[in-house]
Ligand binder design. Structure first.
Ligand SMILES: Nc1nc2c(c(=O)[nH]1)N[C@H]1C(S)=C(S)[C@@H](COP(=O)(O)OP(=O)(O)OC[C@H]3O[C@@H](n4cnc5c(=O)[nH]c(N)nc54)[C@H](O)[C@@H]3O)O[C@H]1N2
Ligand SMILES: Nc1nc2c(c(=O)[nH]1)N[C@H]1C(S)=C(S)[C@@H](COP(=O)(O)OP(=O)(O)OC[C@H]3O[C@@H](n4cnc5c(=O)[nH]c(N)nc54)[C@H](O)[C@@H]3O)O[C@H]1N2
Ligand code: SF4
Ligand SMILES: [Mo]
Length: 716
């Protein structure tokens, strides 16, 4: 049910009234260029832009839905204040000045009374997709100076950033598979046919794989589900969730024992790595992982022999118990086979706006301080979001009493989300910068809504740096915002200045008048690879060429060398040994739960658009037919899935594509909470997988182990 107290807005007279404009889709990391056709102010079509040097005309169903976000009647267009709670809450619109003052007053008062850590912050995924956050978000974050800063990073790519800092000297300096020239791509725990790639900006993955196979190259996938990507691969192997670490260490062992290494002159520590990997043989990996020993040996030899090869691993090997060791082994497989910094291997990008070289973000640090309750390590100034709830609920010095969320929905996105929702209700004050009343922001006292994709300028500060080709693109807004709307950067700047004034810090007023275009222009000038003038003359994007060798100059370590065996990793091998010493496989009636993504889902949102929610339901618990049979469960039945933290009831479906002993639920569902104001979303069936994931299951980095969660499944 939509709350009628919430005024519904149609956009004010949009412009241009008729014509075709170049835009960009900011819904995933593929950053596709688009062409938007407009007639009489209404979007009549969105296509991929064939002139875009990176995306080459690619588009997926979500790109087309950029128009639905723009016209969405559920979307907030003015600040709102909540009156009442939960299902009975109503929302009233208030003016911008009043709303900003209210948020700044309450947050500053909390800091004054209880100290700077009493305000908590969650930064969600869409921030990475907005230039305004890149240029102005940090000022807001810094103005609060809280140690209780959390983000989607710790349910996502934290191990990658931690290792990028440890090995290459900067948290954002990650080598990218040279997919357009490689002859061998070994992929673990990633499904780019659905996700369109991550930490590998690779628009049009399907076509690039066709090209790879067309030139005789191979794609090998290791995944507990025969995914859409596994189905287009030349080879797929099931691997038991959480056990990849044994397979990857065994590959290192084979590589070294069989004399297949080709170590670059700027890397140190081969002997140490050899000693560490020595007893992780393929035979030891085979039982727990389900990958036969001879397969592990063969894949290792193929990798070493290939003329340009890349190993790549994503969510499935990051958000699991050994995410850091897995990602370390992946980096080392590339390094030791001589594929780092090699055409057709993995290479560093040379972005036109270089967040790494220009130190827009610091290089990183780890465990400099710890979370108050559980003593979990910070990484680069943020704490694991799995600790957020206890930091709100546990009394004492430093307890979180007020929250600010920015573009985040942690109730659906982080472990034990249901309990986190209850914790939010206990706060003194909560504010959100968000475009919807969703499962998280319904707890906020005030919501400040920014403009969205088609109404704002865009430059992909983050994703150009992870792209399979060096390109740059500045995209002016397709539609001018209406007078009363605010861009996110305007909200960040206005709130930062207000907080600085109230907290006795010199206010950075210049922020308010320095739009992202100017900031990006300055960054482009600093590297000199292109200019704002050139980008404005080429709105389709400017091609800066394929990835090139840059080593060791591009290294950000002080001595321009790579230390291959950092203590953080070598220490964690003890945990690996212990984990697989006793019970290599789940016992009894236990199954291991993993997540999944669908091409037409977008994390926790966009379930209110007709375009993306029609068609076959896709919320089922997928289960191997043998696992159903042994429990006497028919496909389609409603089952109860139970983990340590809770249980959910959901329909199941038999799927030969699942590894026996493994079950899968999509993430981002579970919209049936009272008070959620999202048209169709509340009718979209499906439960939240994060009502089952466990905040106590963590990688050494603090990243949540969202995959490989032990569950039982019974007939409801
Ligand atoms: N179990 C399980 N959990 C997961 C995952 C998984 O695979 N399995 N994946 C994890 C990953 S990789 C991620 S990145 C997180 C994502 O989780 P979150 O960080 O929560 O991000 P989203 O769900 O993408 O978006 C959150 C909200 O941002 C708002 N929003 C959208 N666009 C904008 C905008 O332009 N500005 C503002 N201010 N708000 C906007 C919308 O209301 C949306 O609901 O989820 C994680 N959670
Ligand atoms: N359509 C769509 N696209 C998206 C998103 C979306 O929600 N929808 N979200 C975006 C975001 S925020 C991100 S971070 C990226 C993520 O991009 P990907 O990482 O490519 O996406 P996932 O589908 O989460 O892929 C994880 C894979 O790991 C497998 N897996 C689970 N556990 C294990 C394990 O222990 N070992 C191995 N080897 N595999 C395992 C799963 O079966 C799954 O196939 O996608 C982005 N793109
Ligand atoms: S692949 Fe990603 S960037 Fe491209 S249209 Fe789809 S959602 Fe948008
Ligand atoms: Mo993500």
């Amino acid at each position: 049910m939509r709350d009628m107290s919430l005024p519904r807005h149609r956009p004010a007279q949009p412009q241009p009234t008729t014509g075709t404009r170049i835009g960009v889709c900011n819904l995933c990391e593929a950053i596709c260029g688009i062409e938007v056709s407009v007639e009489d102010g209404a979007v009549t079509g969105i296509r991929g832009n064939v002139a875009d040097p990176l995306s080459r005309g690619h588009i997926c169903p979500k790109g087309v839905s950029m128009a639905d976000i723009y016209t969405d009647p559920d979307r907030l267009r003015r600040p709102v204040r909540r009156i009442g709670r939960g299902a009975d809450a109503t929302w009233e619109e208030i003016g911008w000045e009043e709303a900003l003052d209210l948020v700044a007053d309450r947050l500053a008062a909390t800091v004054d009374e209880h100290g700077r850590d009493s305000v908590g912050m969650y930064l969600g995924n869409p921030n990475a997709h907005s230039v305004g956050f890149g240029t102005h978000g940090t000022a807001l974050v810094r103005s609060l100076k809280t140690r209780n800063k959390f983000s989607a990073t710790s349910v996502d790519q934290m191990p990658h950033q931690l290792l990028a800092w440890q090995l290459y000297g900067h948290q954002l300096l990650m080598p990218i598979p040279d997919i357009d020239r490689t002859s061998y791509l070994l992929m673990l725990g990633a499904n780019p046919m659905a996700s369109n790639g991550s930490l590998m900006t690779v628009p049009d993955f399907p076509q690039r794989v066709r090209e790879l196979k067309g030139r005789g190259g191979r794609l090998v996938v290791l995944d507990p589900r025969r995914t859409e990507t596994a189905k287009v691969a030349t080879e797929h192997h099931f691997v038991r969730p959480g056990s990849d670490v044994l397979v990857l260490l065994a590959m290192l062992q084979v590589l070294i024992a069989d004399g297949l290494t080709d170590v670059p002159a700027y890397a140190d520590g081969l002997e140490e790595v050899a000693a560490l990997a020595a007893d992780f043989t393929p035979e030891r990996a085979a039982g727990p992982s389900g990958v036969p020993a001879d397969t592990i040996r063969r894949l290792t030899h193929e990798l070493a022999a290939a003329d340009g090869a890349a190993v790549y691993g994503r969510m499935g090997v990051s958000t699991q118990g050994f995410g850091t060791v897995c990602q370390w082994a992946i980096q080392l497989l590339n390094l030791l086979t001589g594929n780092l910094d090699r055409e057709g291997g993995v290479l560093f990008t040379e972005p036109a706006a270089d967040a790494v070289g220009l130190r827009i973000l610091g290089p990183g640090h780890f465990d400099v301080w710890q979370s108050r309750v559980r003593g979990l390590p910070e990484f680069a100034g943020e704490l694991p979001v799995a600790a957020l709830r206890e930091e709100i609920e546990t009394p004492g010095e430093g307890q979180i009493r007020a929250m600010l969320t920015i573009a985040g929905n942690p109730v659906l996105s982080t472990p034990d989300g249901r309990a986190l929702a209850a914790a939010f209700d206990g706060l003194d004050f909560m504010a959100a910068i968000d475009i919807y009343v969703n499962e998280t922001t319904r707890h906020a006292d005030v919501i400040l809504p920014p403009t969205t994709g088609l109404e704002r300028d865009q430059y992909d500060l983050i994703f150009h740096a992870f792209a399979v080709r060096n390109t740059a693109r500045w995209t002016p807004a397709v539609f001018a915002k209406d007078d009363e709307a605010r861009h996110d950067w305007e909200i960040f700047a206005a709130l930062a200045v207000r907080l600085q004034e109230r907290l006795g810090v010199e206010p950075q007023r210049a922020l308010l008048s320095y739009p992202p275009r100017q900031a990006i222009s300055d960054l482009l000038d600093a590297t000199g690879r292109t200019t704002m003038a050139e980008l404005e003359a080429h709105p389709e994007g400017v091609d800066l060429g394929p990835l090139r060798p840059t080593m060791p100059e591009r290294l950000q370590t002080e001595d321009k060398r790579i230390r291959m065996a950092p203590a953080l990793v070598t220490d964690d091998l003890a945990r690996v040994r212990a984990a697989f010493a006793v019970a290599p496989v789940p016992t009894g009636d236990q199954l291991l739960l993993i997540g999944r993504r669908h091409q037409r889902d977008c994390n926790s949102w966009l379930h209110n658009t007709e375009r993306l929610t029609r068609g076959k339901p896709r919320h089922h618990l997928l289960m191997h037919p043998d696992d159903l049979r042994s429990r006497g469960i028919e496909t389609g039945a409603v089952v109860t899935v139970t983990s340590r933290v809770g249980s959910v009831d959901v329909e199941c479906a038999a799927a030969d594509d699942m590894m026996p002993g493994v079950v899968s639920l999509p993430h981002g569902y579970g919209h049936q909470l009272p008070g959620v104001r999202l048209g169709r979303a509340s009718e979209v069936v499906g439960v939240s997988i994060n009502d089952l994931t466990d905040p106590l299951l963590l990688d050494v980095s603090g990243n949540a182990a969202l995959n490989g969660v032990p569950v039982t499944v019974t007939l409801s």
